[in-house]
Design a protein around this ligand. Structure first.
Ligand code: G
Ligand code: G
Ligand code: MN
Ligand code: NA
Length: 253
């Protein structure tokens, strides 16, 4: 857990940075989108993963502040991609706390308007736990986001406390299969069955299905065989800085 002072300094001194992991079409291997992941350029410890920072933000009631920093940076990132001719969707992770904030929808409206981005190019990733939380507040917020054209994804599908009845009823654009099923795809036949089930659910719900954690060619081949259309993982690229992402994606077009 980071200290409150660390978090405040990180926000005030611009130590935070968004990195971008490509989302790839598994049949053509072209980049069709990106997920942005928070990184912390710590003044002495170097580049850090965001876990401790996010935990700190939650416990010091600063998650919304961190979340709005992330959303504005992501929208600016999208503007940069557009300026380089990249027409992609950008996915942003949203913590449950953010979905309980009544300022979320008006802020997103204001930011997308200010930066002139199309809300359809923005996707919010919710963890399955919050997606199934069945709270009226969450349902209302999700409906408003979708009305604006913002895409909704359920992240880490299969890992949380699944409530398939709620997945059934939730209007969503994307189902992201949790990386544990993909990473252990060859070890246990049940993983393949779960991924097949996700594909069938996606077909019935008319939403996209993405496999996360694709690390090997063998996994890629199996995912294609199963009929999964999109993937993310170290086989293609880890999350990289904005400019590096642009260079990588431009090789594609
Ligand atoms: O690459 P990685 O270690 O960044 O991500 C670790 C975890 O932190 C993942 O579960 C990811 O969803 C989460 N995460 C990364 N960036 C953000 C962010 O901007 N907001 C939220 N809420 N979670 C994030
Ligand atoms: O929880 P969420 O799915 O948002 O976070 C994705 C996490 O998975 C991040 O920490 C990201 O860095 C990590 N990740 C992305 N691709 C791979 C991969 O191929 N293998 C592993 N082990 N982790 C990955
Ligand atoms: Mn995610
Ligand atoms: Na995930």
């Amino acid at each position: 857990l980071a200290l409150k002072a660390d978090l405040q300094r990180a926000l005030a001194r611009n130590e935070l940075e968004l990195y971008y992991q490509p989302k790839v079409d598994l049949s053509t291997l072209t980049i069709v989108g990106a997920e942005c992941l928070l990184r912390w350029n710590h003044p002495t410890d170097g580049l850090l993963f965001p876990g401790p920072l996010i935990e700190a933000a939650e416990s010091y009631h600063m998650m919304n502040e961190l979340g709005y920093w992330t959303l504005e940076s992501a929208i600016r990132g999208l503007v940069g991609f557009e300026a380089h001719g990249l027409d992609i969707t950008l996915s942003v992770n949203i913590s449950p706390t953010q979905l309980y904030d009544t300022k979320l929808v008006p802020t997103l409206k204001r930011l997308t308007h200010r930066y002139g981005v199309n809300m359809k190019q923005l996707e919010l990733e919710l963890t399955e736990d919050i997606a199934v939380s069945n709270s009226l507040m969450v349902k209302k917020q999700l409906a408003e986001l979708r009305q604006l054209g913002i895409q909704v994804a359920v992240d880490d599908f299969g890992k949380g406390y699944s409530n398939l009845a709620y997945i059934r009823d939730l209007e969503l654009n994307t189902l992201k299969i949790d990386k544990t099923f993909v990473m252990e795809l060859t070890d246990n036949p049940v993983n393949k069955a779960i991924i097949e089930a996700a594909r069938i659910i996606g077909q019935a719900k008319e939403c996209e299905v993405i496999a996360e954690g694709v690390e090997t060619i063998e996994q890629l081949h199996l995912l294609r065989e199963i009929g999964i259309r999109y993937g993310q993982g170290y086989l293609f690229s880890k999350a990289i800085p904005h400019q590096s992402f642009i260079s990588l994606a431009q090789q594609d077009i």
